[in-house]
Design a protein around this ligand. Structure first.
Ligand code: BG6
Length: 617
């Protein structure tokens, strides 16, 4: 979705807003803007484009104010252009507002305001807030809100608007003051020395604040450089505690890599090491997940597990469903979170709903978990960002410890999530009395996993050679079987996200029931055929493609001579146990997507139309 930032202090606000927008642009980057208060009036600069292009123009405009707001956008209402960029203003231009989220009753409110004579200048739902707030502040709003009191005007927004919204407002007649509202979308206040900030994400505070206040549902904050007041939706002041900005929330650089994505691919061995550290005790035959508080009786009462997630997290969950059902003997299904409610899931205390998410803020996944809680299911979250909305919604947590992931296309978090779900499967098996044999079989491989992944990451040159052969390729098919069907889906997603090649992932057995119609010499197929119960059938599928002149890139284990005979090109990976292989096999596919995109000059860390965290349903 979008990223919002506000600053009030002694320093010139513009450079701080620009840095905040840069750090938030993983949330959306099709347009950006700022508004600063200067000697009793507002100066607004905004347009379509990336912050890198816009910032020099704003600097040239010599904006001097020490209080301001900023925004980076992922369009939902109206195309990316100057009118629809934020900040949006009211008719007088004295009030500016930035917004992350969606108003669900925007059409009705817009019509009501147009009937009242308001002329809109944008397609956005956000402009509605500007007019509603300004009219209340001016005394043209409904009774009880006409007091030139920002809190009263803010309360009106809570009363009249439905949906998700984090808002920051700046009014020319409230110098040095920022007004913040939170409902649904994350928003926090950063406490500095002689300065205070408001941001969608702690990362945007960039060292200007060492403590933060997380705003809760339907809270209003009035922020000045030396004071912060928080009110509930009834206008009553509430006492808020603050917490220190954690080490893991600090700003991260590219560490000498050309892109965050390549850096994050290379981080996977260390991150997997951290995921496993202290959790697998092969000697005692136990898996420890200290923040999973389900008892033996709880685990034995579970009759089904639903894994709810979106995007890459959904494909990690697909892998999770294989290992949870096979190792723990619990019926398990991975469901795209956006579809969960639509399938009216049968839920109750015998069902465990596991939300899997990098950010912990994805609205679809949050919605699915909320449904599970309402229906009294047991819940658990597998997360990378524990201080998140989903993290606060469940008592059971597996923190994957992958560290900040900046690149929009997820890599190290995929292997982290898949690894965490494998640990959860082993723990569930342990509690249900069938874990010992699985753990003793897998523990030796688990301890080697970081090194196996390091080995795969180290083979980037072989991937570069293959990527050259993809120049001009427009359509691809990714095939896998068993848990590697998830590898095929995730590999195809990476290729789509990064290089805009139309790539489809398919469970290979399904291919002959339809997609095989696509096969010809222009369609490149990537097939995952590493050792395991499904390798023979995979090679049979590869032969079916080759029989129709389809070029094949085969993922095969070291020393698999037969593989070289059935495919045009072979990508080698170190051999491992077939339950762990998906965590190794995904690495060359991550690198293939990266290299293909790099050769096509695509924006690796911020692909078009995407955002790292989508906080709207
Ligand atoms: C999308 C991201 O917006 O959200 C994907 O572009 C991600 O990379 C998906 O997988 C789900 O996000 P999360 O934070 O819930 O894992």
């Amino acid at each position: 979705m979008c990223g919002i930032i506000g600053y009030t202090g002694a320093a010139r606000a513009l450079p701080i807003l620009i840095e905040g927008i840069e750090l938030l642009s993983y949330r959306g980057y099709d347009s950006a803007g700022v508004a600063l208060e200067e000697s009793g009036r507002l100066r607004v600069e905004k347009d379509k484009g990336r912050i890198g292009e816009l910032a020099p123009r704003w600097e040239a405009a010599k904006l001097q104010g020490t209080t301001g707001i900023g925004h980076t956008r992922w369009a939902t209402h109206g195309p990316p252009n100057r009118q629809n960029a934020h900040p949006q203003t009211d008719a007088s231009g004295e009030l500016a507002v930035v917004h992350n989220g969606i108003l669900e009753n925007d059409l009705a409110l817009r019509e009501e305001l147009e009937r009242a004579g308001v002329r809109f200048t944008s397609d956005t739902d956000t402009e509605i807030v500007a007019h509603l707030f300004a009219r209340a502040f001016e005394g043209d709003g409904p009774a009880g809100h006409n007091t030139a009191d920002p809190v009263a005007a803010a309360r009106l927004i809570f009363e009249r608007c439905r949906g998700h919204f984090a808002l920051v407002l700046l009014h020319a007649r409230l110098p040095g003051t920022l007004i913040a509202l939170r409902r649904g979308s994350p928003l926090l206040v950063g406490l500095g020395v002689g300065e205070n900030l408001i941001a969608s994400d702690v990362k945007a505070l960039a060292g200007h604040a060492d403590r933060v206040i997380e705003l809760a549902e339907d809270e209003i904050a009035v922020v000045r450089r030396d004071e912060v007041h928080v009110y509930d939706a009834q206008g009553r002041e509430v006492t808020k505690s603050s917490r220190p900005v954690g080490q893991r929330e600090q700003v991260v650089g590219k560490g000498g890599f050309p892109h965050f994505m390549l850096k994050e691919i290379h981080e996977q061995p260390e991150r997997l090491y951290e995921l496993l550290a202290g959790r697998v005790d092969a000697a005692r035959g136990v898996v420890r997940l200290d923040e999973v508080h389900l008892t033996r009786a709880d685990w034995r009462a579970v009759t089904r597990i639903d894994l709810v997630a979106s995007g890459t997290a959904h494909y990690a969950s697909l892998y999770g469903a294989y290992v949870l059902e096979a190792l723990a003997g619990i019926p398990c299904r991975a469901i795209a979170a956006a579809e969960y409610e639509a399938r009216s899931p049968v839920l109750g205390p015998d069902v465990l709903v596991v939300a899997v998410s990098q950010s912990g803020e994805t609205a679809d996944t949050k919605g699915a978990l909320e449904l599970a809680r309402q229906r009294k299911a047991r819940t658990l979250a597998v997360l990378n960002v524990r201080d998140s909305a989903i993290g606060r919604m469940t008592d059971n947590l597996v923190d994957i410890h992958a560290g900040p992931e900046i690149s929009v296309a997820s890599t190290k978090v995929y292997t982290g999530m898949a690894g965490a779900l494998l640990l959860l499967a082993l723990r569930a098996a342990q509690e249900r009395g069938c874990g010992a044999e699985h753990l003793s079989a897998l523990a030796p491989w688990l301890s080697r996993l970081p090194d196996l992944v390091r080995e795969a990451v180290g083979r980037a040159e072989a991937v570069r050679v293959i990527a050259r052969r993809l120049d001009g390729t427009r359509n691809m098919l990714f095939l896998g079987r068993g848990p590697d069907a998830a590898t095929a889906f995730e590999g195809a997603l990476k290729m789509k996200e990064l290089s805009y090649v139309h790539a489809e992932g398919y469970a290979a057995g399904e291919m002959k029931h339809g997609p095989i119609a696509l096969v010809d010499h222009d369609l490149v197929t990537v097939a995952v055929a590493t050792p395991g119960p499904w390798r023979e059938r995979m090679l049979a599928n590869v032969r079916e493609v080759r029989a129709r002149e389809g070029p094949v890139i085969l993922l095969a284990a070291d020393g698999d001579v037969e593989a070289a005979k059935v495919a045009d090109l072979v990508l080698r990976v170190p051999e491992t146990n077939h339950w762990l292989a998906p965590l190794v096999n995904i690495v060359p596919l991550q690198l293939l997507a990266y290299e293909t995109a790099r050769r096509r000059g695509c924006d690796i860390d911020q692909p078009r139309n995407l955002a790292k965290t989508v906080t709207v349903q």
